[in-house]
Design a protein around this ligand. Sequence first.
Ligand code: HAM
Length: 420
Amino acid sequence: MITKPKGTMDLVGKDALLYTYISHVVSNMMTSYNYELIRTPLFENSELFHRSVGKSSDIVRKETYDFQDKGERNLTLRPEGTAGIVRSFIENKMYASPDTKKFYYNGTMYRYERPQTGRMREFTQFGVEVLGSNDPIIDAEVISLQYRILEELHISDLQVNINSLGDEESRLKYREALVKYLEPHKDELCPDCQERLKINPLRCLDCKIDGEKDVIKKAPKTIDYLNEDSKKRFNKVLEYLDLLEVDYEVNPSIVRGLDYYDHTVFEIVSLSNVSNEHSVLGAGGRYNKLIKELDGPDSYGIGFACGVERIIEILKTIDLYNNLEPQIDCFVMYVSEEEKLHALTITQNLRLNGVICETDSQNKGLKGQFKEADRLNSKYLIILNNEDLKKGLVNVKDNATKEEEKIDIDEIVEYIIGNL
Ligand code: HAM
């Protein structure tokens, strides 16, 4: 038997219903906030991720799916969405118009991770990227949009953990202070962090192993090294978040595992579901230098991404999931071939008029079809028989009240729609 690759999942049944529900909520909310859908390739030139997510990030060092195609091009399955969207922004010269570009996406990402609950090798993210504005109003919009989507999905106790890395000057000053502090404690760090200390010391702060050690907890905080402009900017973001009634906490240990961030960085958790590092439902931040680093103009960017599988895990624990049952509007039942021809056209007419409709495809007897209609929670049953059909009539049964009525075959669509 061929099984699915490690770290992937088949989404079927109730979980698939949840996925559809999440996608609906996401696209409705994105539309209200005036975000435009963008789709970029599932694979990109490997260099894109080396230069954006960063050579020193865990993702690029250990987790990308890299391959050569038949033309010997080095390609990588996307581990995240930001890099591809920024590439598209530059390649398609979207910066030529001065407006703020607001994109959203919903698609699969690939990381070669050690699979466990909430950590997959193939997973789905929805997210946004806003390009071309450095106004803190956008930082607040992006964070509150993420917050409101999760709230709309019935996830409770949401909290945004927010921090600022500041501009380049602040970051450099902080990096220097951090290295000076960590160097004498080098032996207390895990082998990965000893390496990180050389290539990207900030990464030590959110290390899964060292993060809980005293040496890291007592390390200098980014927020104490912000210059005046960066501090002012961060305070504005917090002021706007207060106004939008987003529940946040300034958390100086949020530095994020991707190289491209500056200024605002954030993660969102559901406090009643915080059990491990995989309880982070979504995260993001500002990346004002990335566009230039990818050979674009000096411009600005900020975004977030949320993990759909993690959201599904949480939604499975609430009532919404238990009440999630398949339900159709109408099941059309028949026995003879003549009745089947009518079933085919009646079913199509109902479907084309927006009625969720099913008919038998297993040559079941009437008893089996009643069972199938019950399994699908059908609201109405249309039971065809030759005698009635000859008179131009069909039998309609309301499956809740069990009342039956004979209806003119030409009026069946109107009748069902009128009663739904
Ligand atoms: P990230 O923190 O790497 O950021 O991922 C964002 C979210 O994706 C995580 O909080 C988590 O919910 C989900 N996620 C990440 N890896 C996995 C995995 N292996 N299995 C399941 N879920 C996962 C980014 O990807 C950035 N591109 C976010 C961003 C957008 N920054 C700016 N714009």
